[in-house]
Design a protein around this ligand. Structure first.
Ligand code: NDP
Ligand code: OXD
Length: 321
């Protein structure tokens, strides 16, 4: 009996993430299973059992009557969950060491960038000025991580290992050695009030949309050595109100920001964030994962599922992440 086919529906991405490259990779890890890149490759929709997708057109997955599992080729599923015609089959997201470690690199890089006053030092370099400022130790900086899931937990542990005082905020209560944990609506204000570098690694859901706004930024701690607090958002652009962030940067409520994600991507050329002296903009590449690792992860999940095993990292659609 022939194996159920895998359909690839992939939009956007750099050359390494291009649809033909994904087809090549999946063909090399899927043995004799048919792999069809859509639209384009000929395949009868009734033969499709699995779909591996990145930003598919809304409604596109409803075309496969025998679909058994959808694999999202990234960690965040907000765009898929918003598709009301999404077939009612398990939706699996990426949670693998390669992605997690790359996100941790990004978070650590940017926490250190602000903690070690690198924006100031780069400015001095451009002006040929040799003017070091006093540097405080990591233990005087309180980092707060919104989202203590796969990504937030790893970043928290590495930052704590560097000596930062780390806290996290999540939906449900956690007990994690060395990390102060806050949760739920009641935990948000005390969490923000003790935080001077805020790292956002939340999923985008109706509950978290625009959670980074003037009200929440105004609660951050400005008594530490940094003076004004710092924001690092690598979750999703929909988590932030960009007009509020700009206004807070301009009136000193916020000292600086690193942003990897934006309300509109690519960030429009006329956004003031591009040129702001206290903003670091990166092009949604915080965890630019190795696609080979992702295709092997999907192929292994399909093999386990067909052998009667459990799928891993299935999204809870009622929570939206
Ligand atoms: P997880 O699902 O593992 O973790 C999500 C965390 O957010 C959990 O701790 C969860 O709490 C918490 N959370 C969710 N909703 C709320 C809420 N309303 N209030 C408080 N806490 C909440 O996700 P990951 O760590 O794997 O990924 C997080 C996000 O990072 C992704 O959804 C994606 O948007 C983004 N991302 C960005 C990338 C980039 O390149 N910029 C790359 C990869 C991911 P609890 O533990 O209690 O459930
Ligand atoms: C993801 C991303 O969700 O890259 O994996 O944003």
């Amino acid at each position: 009996m022939s194996k159920g086919a895998l359909a690839l529906l992939i939009h956007g991405g750099s050359e390494n993430w291009s649809p033909p490259r994904w087809r090549e990779r999946f063909r090399s890890v899927c043995g004799d299973r048919r792999v069809a890149l859509l639209p384009g490759d000929a395949i009868d929709p009734v033969d499709v059992r699995y779909a591996a997708v990145w930003k598919p057109a809304p409604g596109a997955l409803a075309a496969f009557p025998n679909l058994r599992v959808i694999f999202n080729l990234g960690a965040g599923v907000d765009a898929l969950v918003a598709d009301r015609s999404l077939p009612k089959v398990p939706l699996v997201r990426v949670a693998i060491g390669d992605l997690t470690k790359r996100m941790t690199e990004y978070v650590v890089l940017h926490v250190l960038m602000h903690h070690r006053q690198q924006l100031y030092l780069l400015d001095c370099q451009r002006q040929r000025r040799w003017q070091p400022r006093a540097q405080w130790p990591a233990r005087e900086i309180r980092v707060g991580i919104m989202g203590l899931g796969t990504l937030g937990l790893d970043a928290a542990a590495v930052l704590a290992g560097l000596g930062f005082r780390v806290a996290g905020w999540s939906a449900t209560a956690k007990r994690i050695e060395g990390i102060d944990s806050y949760h739920g609506g009641d935990g948000l204000e005390p969490f923000l009030k003790r935080t001077s570098i805020l790292v956002c690694l939340l999923p985008l859901t109706p509950q978290t949309r625009h959670i980074i706004n003037r009200r929440t930024l105004s609660m951050l701690d400005c008594t530490g050595p940094l003076g004004a607090p710092v924001l690092i958002n690598a979750g999703r652009g929909g988590l932030q109100d960009e007009a509020d962030i700009l206004a807070c940067l301009n009136d000193g409520t916020l000292g600086a920001a690193t942003l990897d994600v934006f309300e509109a991507e690519p960030l429009p050329a006329d956004s003031p964030l591009w040129q702001h002296p206290n903003v670091i903009v990166t092009p949604h590449n915080a965890a630019d994962t190795d696609p080979e690792e992702i295709s092997k992860y999907v192929a292994a999940q399909i093999a386990r599922f067909e052998a009667g095993g459990e799928l891993e990292n299935v999204v809870d659609l009622s929570r939206g992440y």
